[in-house]
Design a protein. Sequence first.
Length: 437
Amino acid sequence: MYQILIVDDEPNIAKGIKHLINYAGMDVSKTFAVHSGQEALDVLQEEEIDLLITDIQMDGMTGLELMHQAKILYPWMETIVISAYQDFKYAQTAIQLGAKDYLIKPIQPEHIINTIRNCLMNHKEKANDVFDTSKLAAGSDMQVYPIAVLDTLIKKSQNNTQDSCHIPYGDEIIEFYGPYFAFLQVATSSTQSEQRMDEITRIGISVMAEEDSITFFIGERIYLLVEWSNEAFRNQSYSKLDYLGMIARTWQYKVKEALDLDIYISYSQILKGINYIEELKQQTDQAIELFEVDEINGIYYYGDYNWSIYQQNLTKQDYENAQNHLIKQVRAYIQENFKKHGLTLGEIAEANHVSSNYLSHLFKQETGNNIWDYVVKLRMEEGKYLWLHTDKKAYEIADYVGYETPEHFSKVFKKYYGQSLQEMKKKHKSSNSSSDQ
């Protein structure tokens, strides 16, 4: 059963699409309809959504910004964009962020339902298509080589003052241009057969965008070299580090789904210059070893860790102490910023110099709670105090504690406390009257 989230600042459109889905006989367990990007983020923080349907032009957070945040949380999620604008740039950016379709308003009911059916069908079939190597067809920049080619590349790239590197391999010349590079590495807890490593690689191929310049090197572990040209790197429609995290999470998710196998993935920083190839590989070598002390996450970004601590014969206690220190920092940051409009997980992670993926897992692991639950807790406690002990109106409190609309604040308040604002105030007044008698 699937869960669908609809986001449109025109309530009638959001409700209309929800009504169509509910009566279309699709395999859907729950449909959420909200009216702002921030409200949608709250749902995404609390629910695992399979399909996002979003308007592109909304006040506050746009549909494109929402898609970016959503992809950080659920890289495998399907997305449909609806818009009143036939703007090529909007459509192009939406497709780059993974939108399956870009629909122009007004939309015929049968058209939106058919598009939703196709998206859900595509979502279901993905697990069966992970061994499809069609992306290696002509025009793709994905290549697969044995690990010995990586060793040769490292030797040739050392002290290389050129912008590119060329490696002879059989009858071909393998070319690496960059100039921006990053590595990912995949390991398993036990030795796998050559066939199984090939299957893991094919799943990796299936999660890449066709325009990516990707090279796989296969041995006992799998290394993935990602390249960006100057033009591709300057394209800021999405964070390149977030993109590497998305690749890692989706790859891990699909391997577990298709092969019932746990894999560990590390990824490096992004550096400019072919001469950094060895350093980037070494970063993934270092980070991947952390699965011995932190198996819960399974994804390790080199930049998430304080290596001046970890390189001193890391023990599990050292690791836990460093984690506790980070969580204290994060709590302090949230306590200071929870009232901020548009606050996101990505912003909290960036302010604390870690990846969103790492922070999400670590916060849950250390506190037992979702990080967004902590944000909501602080907003609700502050909102409740102001509602019961001041003369502020609901819309004033909503704005003060970080919500875009009073309707959104009221909805979250009722869900959190199990009673509406009015019901709580009535009980509070009744309780005070009784105690005064």
